[in-house]
Design a protein around this ligand. Structure first.
Ligand SMILES: [Zn+2]
Length: 286
């Protein structure tokens, strides 16, 4: 979760997080259109009370992921892998799947103008936070981490070089996991677009996780292809580990005294993502 590219249609706010933007009334967001992340977002209760979530088909790891198959999970920023897939990662590890975690960026732009978290520090801190979180999940030994070093907040403009990097390490039997190509954050959308197009071209299985969509979308929202959605249920123990792992991302969950900015991840955002379910989209005919 990081910075968006400045644009005429987007007015930065000085207080708060850089990725939050105020969209002028006469224009949609230049990249994500009507999926912009604004305000507090949809309440957790709205999602909890939506019966449609309960009736989604279940994602069964043992049936859908052969134990020998390698899973490549793409995180636009170090933390997305746990926020979105902390439960899935635990179940994949238990199923015996080798996992490659790809940090698309190192999330260096999450704290503009901060003396506490300048980009050069975040470049080290955020990948370390991710490694600590994987240890808390109990899966660190099964995960190989790879960094693509694209520019945080600007993945949308680097899609071509991103795609070319995939050729170097994706293998023919890999299963790909990415953020939703319409997740609402420009880096998440660009990551989803690149990875799903690679999967389509090479006929690979590809799943997309909802992260910021929980913020801007509403229950039964027509902007989400719910007919392709699968619900992964977490046990109480898996959810507890995921919640504990999220506390490792200290740079994202604590206020910045040097700028007086609140935490990048609000308590509401964390609560919304810390539920006993994760939702994945499988769009076979992208
Ligand atoms: Zn992110």
């Amino acid at each position: 979760m990081a910075t968006i590219t400045p644009n005429k249609a987007v007015k930065r706010i000085d207080k708060g997080n850089a990725w939050r933007a105020v969209i002028t009334p006469d224009a949609n967001h230049p990249i994500v259109g009507n999926r912009a992340i604004e305000g507090n977002g949809t309440s957790l209760d709205s999602w909890k009370n939506w019966s449609g979530l309960q009736t989604l088909p279940s994602l069964n790891i043992a049936k859908s992921f052969a134990a020998h198959q390698r899973i490549c999970i793409f995180a636009p920023h170090p933390d997305d892998e746990v926020l979105g897939c902390g439960g899935l990662l635990q179940q994949l590890a238990a199923n015996g799947n080798p996992i490659v975690l790809i940090h698309v960026t190192n999330g260096t732009q999450s704290h503009p103008k901060s003396t506490l978290y300048p980009p050069e520090n975040l470049n080290v801190i955020r990948p370390l936070e991710s490694m600590q979180a994987l240890k808390v999940l109990g899966i660190a030994q099964q995960v190989t981490i790879k960094a693509l070093h694209l520019t945080d907040g600007n993945v949308f403009n680097q899609q071509e070089s991103f795609y070319k990097k995939l050729v170097d390490f994706i293998e023919p039997n890999d299963i790909l996991l990415t953020t939703f190509r319409r997740d609402g954050h420009p880096d998440h959308e660009a990551t989803g677009k690149v990875v799903t197009s690679y999967a389509k071209r090479h006929r690979l299985y590809c799943y997309q996780v909802l992260i910021w969509a929980w913020h801007w979308a509403k229950p039964a929202d027509s902007r989400i292809p719910w007919h392709c959605a699968l619900r992964l249920d977490l046990t109480a123990e898996q959810l507890q580990r995921k919640s504990q792992a999220i506390t490792c991302f200290k740079s994202q969950i604590t206020a910045d005294d040097s700028t007086d900015n609140p935490p990048v991840l609000s308590a509401q955002t964390i609560a919304r993502i810390s539920q006993p379910w994760e939702v994945y989209l499988y769009e076979p005919y992208l």
